[in-house]
Design a protein around this ligand. Structure first.
Ligand code: FE2
Ligand code: FE2
Length: 394
């Protein structure tokens, strides 16, 4: 196995690091690049707080490379503590990984000129092949020691730049891998306001969205995302209900998770929700897909928020006493932007009206008229609900 080593503070890891590792792999045909987060970089002895953030930095790097077997993270410098000297790290890696040949050691061209002054640079040269990667310059450099220069394009990203942007509340999110971003957001690193503690979001939403993308057709996934966004928007707009918009997003994203399961699987899942299965549902098990989605949310994703589970379960047929989140997801499922056959006036109402029940009645009526066109009728539940809503709105 041919190995290359990429040392850095990874404070935080960003797309430039991953791009660089990928460039070394493809240009020089190494089998694997080992990312080694420094405990205390000899170049940044002045930087405060490096050591205390070591675990976060390591975790972000590990999360960022998930699923790519060509990359790995080694924590030897963090375990060793003290100043992280490259010669120690290379010797340690050779001892533990037993590579077939000298490992590569990647240095950015910004540090190349000073390399001869590094601690034990002769030892490093004896143990590793030096790879100079482009950070600042795009031409070939004159380097006074043996090395290979790769021709990667220069990416203008640095960890310091990412940190400054986070602190200044400027755009930074797409400069770092999504998994690292989620750690920064949930822990409030670099002065970012962390997500509120009661928030179910972050990784959970990420995982549910991934499951929807993998389990559903592309069209249905996009429908789910539009439903999630509309539910999010409604939670924010109809602020009197004090619903966390992330719950709306989660329920919208999950509502059709059960949709593409077989009838057998849908029935099997639904038996776990403790409610009876009606005659209509028995005849047409696909009507149970919302309830199946709710069971999936509870059993597979450990979601126990009753509003979210209700919203997924009742989005198909509605139910007697639907809470506001369930109504919003019901509405969003019927009215989201990729639904073609919506009267513009109805659409406008759905996107701007501040009376939730008014939108909800309209959504029910809209569904009834679609069903009429197909010579079908609203379910008993939805009809009863519509009658009740009409009565109460006078
Ligand atoms: Fe559905
Ligand atoms: Fe749907």
């Amino acid at each position: 196995m041919r190995l290359a080593i990429l040392g850095s503070s990874f404070n935080p890891i960003h797309l430039g690091h991953l791009f660089l590792a990928d460039a070394v792999l493809s240009e020089l045909h190494y089998d694997r690049v080992i990312l080694v987060p420094a405990y205390r970089s000899p170049f940044k002895l002045e930087a405060p707080g490096m050591e205390s953030g070591a675990r976060d930095r390591l975790e972000m790097a590990a999360a960022a490379i998930a699923g790519d077997p060509r990359l790995t993270v080694d924590d030897c410098e963090i375990r060793r503590e003290g100043v992280s000297y490259t010669a120690d790290t290379i010797a340690d890696i050779i001892r533990r990984y037993a590579p077939d040949e000298k490992p590569g050691f990647i240095i950015g061209d910004d540090l190349a000129a000073d390399f001869p002054q590094w601690n034990r640079s002769d030892d490093i040269l004896a143990m590793a092949d030096i790879i100079i990667a482009r950070r600042l310059h795009s031409g070939v450099l004159t380097i006074p020691y043996p090395c290979t220069q790769i021709t990667n394009s220069v990416m203008e990203i640095s960890s310091g730049m990412v940190r400054d942007k986070i602190t200044a509340n400027a755009a930074w999110r797409y400069l770092v891998p999504a998994a690292a971003r989620s750690i920064i957001e949930s822990r409030g690193l670099y002065g970012l306001n962390p997500r509120p503690a009661e928030s179910p979001a972050g990784n959970l939403i990420f995982r549910v969205e991934e499951a929807a993308r993998e389990g559903l057709s592309l069209e249905r996934f996009l429908h789910s995302r539009n439903t999630a966004l509309m539910a999010w928007d409604m939670c924010r707009r109809l602020s009197a209900y004090k619903l966390n918009p992330e719950l709306g997003y989660l329920a919208g994203m999950a509502h059709d998770l059960g949709k593409q399961l077989s009838e057998k699987e849908i029935i099997k899942l639904t038996k776990n929700d403790g409610r009876r299965i009606s005659r209509l549902e028995k005849e047409k098990p696909s009507l149970l897909h919302g309830r199946a989605s709710a069971v999936l949310l509870r059993e597979r994703f450990n979601v126990h928020n009753e509003d979210v589970l209700e919203a997924a379960a009742l989005h198909t047929l509605g139910g007697k006493d639907m809470g506001p989140l369930a109504k919003m997801v019901y509405i969003a499922d019927k009215m989201e932007v990729s639904r073609e056959k919506i009267d513009p006036a109805v659409r406008k109402l759905a996107y701007t009206e501040n009376d939730l029940d008014k939108i909800f009645v309209t959504a029910l009526e809209q569904t009834a008229s679609w069903l009429r066109a197909k010579k079908l009728k609203l379910s008993q539940e939805s009809l009863a609900l519509l009658e009740k809503m009409r009565r109460s709105s006078g």
